[in-house]
Design a protein. Structure first.
Length: 747
């Protein structure tokens, strides 16, 4: 009997220990988890809502009636500036609403949209989901607080989509246990770290130090300012090696795009008349590989294809250049980063025409139009693109404009010899007002791309060329935009012509944002900054110094934020340390003060900077000087310094698309001074000078300057070079240089 009992104990004892350990690990909550569980169902946009998120969301939705809804986990809250997005998209600020739920995944967003948004009659035009692709793919919450958040939104509802997709698989269960094991280990390390301090030192009340007091004291002792960063960086690989596996799951464990909520949410939004744009934001350049937003090869491509079939869009914005100083931690942006990301996101949404229905022309037959010509002209002349004076051309559409065709707009390209009688265009009873007339050889070139009110009934497009005028050459005429265009005259090449751009070229290619800016070459090094060797100001901080720059306010980071594509800090002034440029310019001044290590910032009256080694620049014996940035780049624009000149050639592949040749050169720049200043623009084609003109730089404040190339550049040209010569002591930020077959579109 004793042997039987001993045998049972030998078997059951370890099982009981393992079972107890499993239960402890499975249900363990550290301080952060306990706080999250306590506040589950009460956190919205990083704020604790006593009445709960359901009531708060429904109240916000009722008050705001949003046109643009931004949802996602904490990324959406830290990375997106709704006010900036509203300004750039020309939407009232209260019509852009952010709803961010911490640690949320597809199941949460689906529940919020179905039960909080659409069930209550709200119909946003656009839903923007800002999240890592891993969270987009995840279907099942990973923590108890996250499960509570989901149950809060579902209530007593039984949802077949949730039931079908929210499943705790064996692999994810093991991932959860690995994460819990890490938390137990971290708690034990905290006990070992805090116990000696709490025993040796007294707290504020006279007794032992509390956990909070101990943590605060240790954070002060081990603050970055008190750490030898060279030793710290040397130890980082060891620390990171110990953190491998910290992520609860790996890319192999994630559901496939087809098993996720991606298609379900996109279809749900489309059923209620909206569009969905899924946005994958950048992470810090210093994010450890095991914490990065990693998925298996082919997953993103499948995601984009699947969403494209449903009228959704996927945008990978990880290629947006960002520095570590733009992040609070590995994956959440600070104010500086969120402004830059929001500017880029706004431009991307504009490019996608995201506030309008997405064109899905494959679901509808081609648009049919009946053409009639009244007056002096004939249909044969119209077929060749010629419309005589005294002629009215009418295109009659036998149906209204379906939302499936996308944005309702009219695009046109036409030209006319010099003379009287400008044409008029009327679409569905609405007269076009934004028609740009640009000098073209001996006459005018016309361009328009005007959004109009969508007609539900059959409508007409009417062109009238008045009597007594000159003939009109109609090159291209289309309804709609992008993939939804239906051509009444010509095709896409006839309407748009080809354009070859140099600067500020950021394009979405295959759903990925990429920079295609061409870098010019400069004739010489930047000029010396007046007073470049001015004295260093010794500030109270032992690691901070400054130069007075009150005359350079127009070049400060604050002044230039509004002059760049993505709202970057773009001051071209730099600091050298014994001739070597400090490594991190154009960062927020708070980061210079907190972190030092060669950072600098340019305010309207001073440049603050720190030494790389943490010494005091005013007393360390080294020489600090003011210089201009030799790279001369800023968000795709290029600097032209005082008495500076650059030359840049169009890449051959950008010239290949011209069918009838380039007819226009457009150059745009931000002129950053007020006084008269001469700038010379020169275009040389295969060794022949085609444009050479000097102008007052103040003219560029009005907008880009366009030159007519008559005769046009032959399609066979291969060596096309632009030289811009700044002959004055002023600054330009050149952001546009374009060759085009058609006149520039209205701005």
């Amino acid at each position: 009997m004793q042997r039987v009992v001993a045998g049972l104990l030998a078997v059951l004892g370890p099982l009981l220990v393992l079972g107890g350990s499993y239960r402890v690990v499975d249900q363990w909550e550290d301080a952060e988890d306990a706080n999250a569980t306590r506040n589950a169902g009460r956190i919205l946009n990083s704020r604790v809502i006593d009445r709960g998120v359901v009531a708060a969301m429904e109240l916000l939705l009722e008050q705001r009636q949003p046109e643009v809804l931004i949802i996602g986990p904490s990324y959406a809250n830290t990375d997106v500036r709704p006010d900036l997005l509203a300004t750039r998209l020309q939407v009232p600020r209260d019509k852009v609403l952010l709803l961010s739920v911490p640690n949320s995944v597809g199941a949460h967003w689906y529940a919020v949209l179905k039960h909080r948004v659409f069930a209550n009659g709200h119909r946003p035009k656009l839903v923007v989901v800002v999240s890592g692709l891993q969270s987009m793919l995840l279907t099942t919450p990973l923590t108890e607080s996250s499960f509570v958040n989901l149950r809060v939104h579902l209530g007593d509802s039984v949802d077949p989509e949730i039931d079908a997709r929210v499943k705790q698989t064996a692999s994810m269960r093991m991932a959860h246990l690995r994460e819990q094991r890490g938390k137990v280990r971290a708690t034990l390390f905290d006990v070992l770290r805090f116990a000696p301090a709490s025993r040796l030192f007294g707290g504020r009340g006279g007794g032992p130090m509390t956990a909070g007091e101990t943590r605060g004291a240790l954070e002060q002792v081990f603050d970055d300012a008190n750490v030898d960063m060279s030793l710290h960086m040397a130890s980082m690989p060891i620390v990171e090696a110990n953190r491998v596996g910290e992520r609860a799951y790996t890319a192999e464990m994630l559901p496939s795009p087809d098993d996720s909520f991606l298609a379900v949410i996109t279809d749900l939004v489309a059923e209620h008349g909206g569009r969905t744009v899924w946005v994958r934001p950048p992470m810090s350049p210093h994010v450890p590989a095991h914490l990065d937003d990693v998925v298996l090869p082919g997953v993103q491509e499948r995601t984009m294809a699947m969403l494209g079939e449903r009228g959704g869009d996927f945008v990978d914005m990880r290629g947006l250049p960002m520095t570590a100083d733009m992040f609070k931690n590995e994956d959440h942006m600070n104010e500086e980063g969120s402004r830059r990301f929001s500017e880029a996101l706004a431009r991307t949404l504009q490019e996608l025409d995201a506030l309008e229905p997405k064109a899905r022309p494959g679901l509808l037959p081609p648009l049919q139009a009946t053409v009639s010509v009244d007056g002096l002209g004939t249909e044969e002349q119209l077929a060749s693109g010629l419309v005589l004076p005294g002629t009215t051309v009418r295109w009659s559409l036998g149906e209204g404009w379906s939302p499936l065709r996308g944005t309702f707009a009219l695009g046109l390209a036409a030209s006319q010899p010099a003379g009287e009688g400008r044409p008029t265009w009327t679409v569905a009873g609405q007269e076009l007002t934004a028609v740009a007339a640009t000098p073209s050889g001996e006459g005018l070139g016309y361009r328009a791309d005007e959004r109009l009110q969508r007609p539900d009934e059959p409508f007409d497009v009417v062109l009238q060329v008045p009597e007594g005028g000159v003939p009109l050459k109609l090159e291209g005429l289309a309804l709609g935009r992008r993939k939804g265009r239906s051509f009444l005259v010509g095709d896409a090449v006839d309407l748009d012509g080809h354009t070859a751009e140099l600067f500020g070229v950021h394009r979405l290619e295959g759903g990925i944002l990429e920079d295609h800016t061409v870098r010019p070459t400069y004739a010489k090094a930047p000029v010396k900054v007046p007073g470049h060797d001015r004295p260093v100001l010794d500030l109270p901080s032992p690691t901070l110094a400054a130069f007075e720059t009150e005359r350079w306010a127009f070049l400060s980071d604050e002044a230039l934020i509004g002059e760049t594509n993505f709202g970057s800090r773009c001051s071209p002034l730099r600091i050298t340390d014994d001739g070597h440029p400090l490594p991190d310019a154009n960062v927020p001044c708070l980061d210079v003060k907190r972190h030092g290590e060669g950072r600098s910032c340019h305010t309207t009256d001073r440049i603050f900077f720190s030494a790389v080694d943490g010494t005091d620049p005013a007393t360390n014996g080294r020489s600090y000087r003011l210089v201009l940035d030799d790279e001369r780049l800023c968000d795709g624009a290029v600097w032209l310094y005082p008495k500076d000149r650059f030359e840049v050639a169009w890449p051959a592949d950008r010239l290949e698309g011209f069918r009838s040749g380039a007819r226009y050169l457009t150059v745009g720049a931000r002129y950053l001074n007020q006084r008269p200043a001469q700038i010379t623009v020169r275009l040389e084609v295969d060794g022949e000078v085609r444009v050479e003109e000097s102008l007052d730089g103040r003219e560029l404040k009005k907008g880009p300057r366009t030159w007519v190339l008559d005769p046009p550049l032959a399609p066979s040209v291969r060596d096309v070079r632009l030289t811009v010569d700044n002959e004055a002591h002023v600054f330009y930020l050149v952001d546009e240089a374009v060759l085009s077959e058609r006149p520039p579109a209205p701005r």
